[in-house]
Design a binder for this molecule. Sequence first.
Ligand SMILES: Nc1nc2c(ncn2[C@@H]2O[C@H](COP(=O)(O)OP(=O)(O)OP(=O)(O)O)[C@@H](O)[C@H]2O)c(=O)[nH]1
Ligand SMILES: [Mg+2]
Length: 457
Amino acid sequence: MRLDDTIAAIATPLQPSGLGVIRVSGTQAVEFVEPLFKGTGRSLKKVETHKLLYGWIHDEGELLDKVLIVVMRAPHSYTTEDVVEIQCHGSPLVLRAILDLVLKQGARLAEAGEFTQRAFLHGRLDLTQVEAVADLIHATSEVGAKLAAQQLHGKLFQAIDAVKKQVVSIASLIEASIEFPEEGLEFTQREDCLQRLDRARADLEDLLSNAEQGRRIREGFAVALIGRPNVGKSSLLNTLLREQRAIVTTIPGTTRDSIEESVQIKGVAFRLTDTAGIRKTEDLIETEGIRRTKIVRDKADLVLLILDASEKLAEEDLELIRDVEEERTIVVLNKKDRTGANLPEWYEIISKMESVLISAKSGDGCDDLESCLFAKATQGGLPQQDEIWITNRRQQQAAKHGLVALQKAREILENSDGEEFLAVDLRSCLNALGEIVGETTPDDLLGQIFSEFCIGK
Ligand SMILES: Nc1nc2c(ncn2[C@@H]2O[C@H](COP(=O)(O)OP(=O)(O)OP(=O)(O)O)[C@@H](O)[C@H]2O)c(=O)[nH]1
Ligand SMILES: [Mg+2]
């Protein structure tokens, strides 16, 4: 991708809104916007950096919109290049017209994530911060957004950098001893190296210990709503979403395909999936639906097993009860309104499992169910203030590789065996850590990360 030209894009959504922003970045940013702007003050080329200017954007004299313009001169901008941002009214037509004028002046339409990519390539953001930008934009929960903000602030970069520095210090001790092999590693040096290795290992293990939970917080906990037909799965989905999202009818087998929607409970995101009711059927579409249900159930972080408390247990219910894994399941006893708020007579069968009596129809008991979901999801911990967690698989995988390399290095050092290979393991650890922050990340992976950004970011 080129770095030497000037790029432009609309940075806000194309929907009627109060404000819209067009962003221009590159050495000719000011030059391209200057002829389009009529302000009260001096020419854009001479104005102070970071100062808001009021005026009009015009197309050869014809007024397009009243705007505020800010020039941010290199290197004090998001991309570290000269940046001009035009704040106009959030009209999709006006935004497109202004962007077209900037492009006509010679700017190139930016690709998805290209502003952020420039910030990364110019060293203003490391790769964890780049990912944090995307995470913050797409965050679906308060806790997820807070973790992304910590990462954007550079906390994960600092944590990884600290481990890297320790590994570098060990590597230089070892490399010195390789240069003078007749001297070898002295006892005190070996002890020193071992201590440093253990500290680096502990720090990395610490970071990794919350990674799975961090990923669930970022993505939202996957919750599968399962049960036999007609127990009220779709009704429950709608009640938890506070929206009539799924079709509900009295006919068993209403839901054929899985439906996924996100909901936030006490600041944590849950991805609820309503599924086709499980039963024996000859119907081809329903059979496929049931096959999908089982996949959703097996992949879910948490399962809501829904039973109709107003009826006797059916063979399908018993089969489902037998199949569930207790630690990730909450049994939902639905249709409380029909039982006079009494537990069903068969309650004994599920009494050892966590259960909540609710009415999906009236919403009665759904607060308790939400609390139960929240408690179960956060058993694995919640980030404390200022705490930094790894939140994506890419970072997690690389950190694991780093840890394995450190463990190998430790074994070699401990057994005083094959010290010539120590440097190899330490370098492979540094390589893995470098991948997390973007120093040694392969180009295709970088390309993939930026392609997932929106245009204008
Ligand atoms: N009285 C009462 N009826 C309910 C309750 N929840 C659901 N129902 C009714 O039960 C019937 C089935 O509800 P659904 O939500 O479609 O059930 P489902 O489990 O999604 O069914 P399938 O999609 O066929 O698997 C509908 O008539 C609902 O109105 C409840 O809490 N109380
Ligand atoms: Mg349904």
